[in-house]
Design a protein around this ligand. Structure first.
Ligand code: GDP
Length: 316
């Protein structure tokens, strides 16, 4: 049996790299694979290590999936009560975003962080298109730094036009398996092309009418860069939605809120809204927790509460 690393998954076919020879194989699974986790709708994701048996020069059969150190899911496109495995064994998640073109959306970073926090995946936030920044964007970037510096692996402003900080970004990725995510239009494909000229990803122009980019990537895919770093490109962030979340999932995955909740009267059961003696609210008053982050938190749990309300009432 040989060991392989999954670099692409398109439904029932999986593309992998033989760990010894670096040859590529297209593989199917041996019968129905046992799912490592019952709530996942697909058994194998990009970044998974597997055992496989070659059947020909470039095809084979996967027999076993190695245990994962972590994984990222999204809501299954087929069944919204199931989760679809996007990628596994991630060392660093790179969230690509912009302050302008497209406009920065407060709350977007926080949404992403609650998907990585339960899996203990460090997040580097990359602000692209810094060549377009004026004074207000530089100020906004400083504000973001003061909010997110302590709860992430860092923030970096880059540009695929001037190549600002691209070398620094490469250093941050070196030797790691990195998941790259971001809303369409932020320049994710341009950035991957700059990281490795010739990766050959298509970039999409921002539609002049909507100001939004159009989707060009539909499946997660891993690219091995020249320096050995592994980069996983993911489908549009739209699909990283989370209908199955409960309020406590959010409360427990706002890192600094959860850490602070030991001081709340209701401890880890506190939702930090109207409860008495809430240490999180006190920390906001004293400036130890960002008010902006608290607002994003409240918006998120309001949204989940109304979503769950409609879901529950539909059933009766
Ligand atoms: P994706 O949808 O996130 O993959 O974004 P693309 O890479 O397709 O880029 C969307 C648009 O932004 C394209 O028109 C790019 O030329 C443009 N773009 C990408 N990076 C930069 C940058 O650093 N500065 C500027 N000004 N434009 C950029």
């Amino acid at each position: 049996m040989k060991k392989g690393l999954i670099i692409r998954s398109t439904g029932s076919w999986y593309e992998l790299i033989d760990q010894e020879t670096n040859n590529k194989y297209s593989c199917r699974t041996a019968g129905k694979m046992k799912l490592l986790k019952k709530d996942l709708s697909n058994p194998i994701g990009v970044g998974d290590f597997v055992e496989f048996e070659p059947e020909s020069e470039n095809q084979g059969i996967i027999h076993k999936i190695e245990p994962r150190k972590n994984y990222i899911v999204r809501q299954s496109p087929k069944n919204k009560h199931q989760l679809h495995l996007i990628a596994a064994n991630i060392d660093l998640a790179v969230l690509v975003t912009t302050l302008i073109q497209p406009t920065f959306k407060p709350g977007f970073i926080d949404r992403f962080l609650i998907t990585t926090e339960p899996q203990n995946i460090p997040v580097l936030i990359v602000f692209n298109k810094s060549d377009l920044w004026e004074e207000s964007e530089f100020q906004l970037f400083e504000d973001c730094k003061s909010i997110y510096r302590h709860i992430t692996a860092g923030l970096l402003e880059v540009s695929t036009v001037t190549l600002k900080n691209i070398e620094l970004l490469k250093e941050n990725l070196l030797g790691k398996t990195c998941l790259v995510a971001g809303q369409s239009g932020v320049g994710k494909s341009s950035l991957l092309n700059v990281l490795q000229p010739g990766i050959g990803l298509r970039t999409s122009d921002i539609s002049s009418s909507s100001g939004k980019g159009t989707h060009t990537t539909t499946f997660a895919e891993m690219f091995i860069l020249e320096d050995g770093s592994r980069v996983i490109d993911t489908p549009g962030i739209k699909s990283l939605s989370f209908n199955n979340l409960e309020i406590m999932d959010v409360a427990h995955n706002f890192k600094e809120f959860f850490e602070t909740s030991v001081g709340c009267r209701f401890g880890s059961k506190c939702t930090h809204r109207n409860e008495p003696e809430c240490a999180v609210k006190m920390a906001i008053e004293s400036g130890h927790i960002s008010f902006q982050r608290y607002q994003n938190y409240i918006n998120l749990i309001d949204e989940i509460e109304s979503q769950n309300y409609w879901e529950r009432n539909k059933k009766f």
